[in-house]
Design a protein around this ligand. Sequence first.
Ligand code: NAD
Length: 280
Amino acid sequence: MTSTTDLATTSTVEAAKAKAPSGQRVAVVTGAARGIGEAIAERLGRDGLHVIVADLPSMRAESDKTVATITAAGGTATAAEVDVADESSVEALVQTAVTAGGHLDVFIANAGIAQVEELLDYDAADFEKIVSVNLTGVFNSYRQAAKQMVAQGHGGKIIGAASIVAFRPFALLGPYSATKWAVRGLTQAAAMEWAEHGITVNAYGPGIVGTAMWDLIDEKLAAKNGQQQGEAISENARSIQLGRVSTPNDVAQLVSYLSGEDSDYVTGQTVLVDGGIQFS
Ligand code: NAD
């Protein structure tokens, strides 16, 4: 198992290799090795930010691929390793961003996990695990990002991953839904506390996005309901007004807006990007 110190050392070395040009805005994206986080990282790279592509050490090869895609498109990025459930690891990640670009301007707390299980069958250790990544991970990310931004004194953008289940939970995704509901609450409280520092705090609420996470949800729902693979996602997709499952890029476009100056007067919001499943 990789220790926190190892994670910090690897990150700092990588950061030194890919120093961002001064003046360029710097963004951290957690869970950026694949799925929605990958799309966000690539979009922010195209927007001209230096992107710290952060994910678990076990996802390093995928994180490196995300970095390669950003640089091939003319952007700049640094791969970093983090476990968001460990606050000292997140602290080291923020230092990686500062080493790479001199400052931190945007932090996207995207990392998350899902588990499909009935409440009565839910294992206590699994409950702890989902809370530690989806809620404690966002708490650690928000706090460490805000500490750095407050010290810098020129504001910033902090953005977390919520979900439609932050407004209307799904059965069989009870603890997952509870963590996302909590992210919505934490986002509102953080927005209130850090407004005086010029920091906006918002969250994005995707609906059904075709990523590895939904592959897993579909597989588990199908097994529980005696359906074929793909049936559960198709059934849920029927509730989407715009008539199609989301792509990660649909979410990245919203996060690009929340990361830029056009959203300077938006804070404390959990913005749904779900094709019209749930109205807030
Ligand atoms: P995904 O499983 O494809 O990717 C999640 C990434 O997070 C992975 O690369 C994983 O390695 C990383 N990760 C997991 N635990 C981590 C940890 N402790 N530290 C650092 N990184 C960690 O998921 P996705 O579909 O891209 O989802 C991204 C975010 O969006 C999640 O927070 C998810 O809950 C949320 N979301 C997804 C959907 C959807 O339909 N896919 C819907 C609503 C919300």
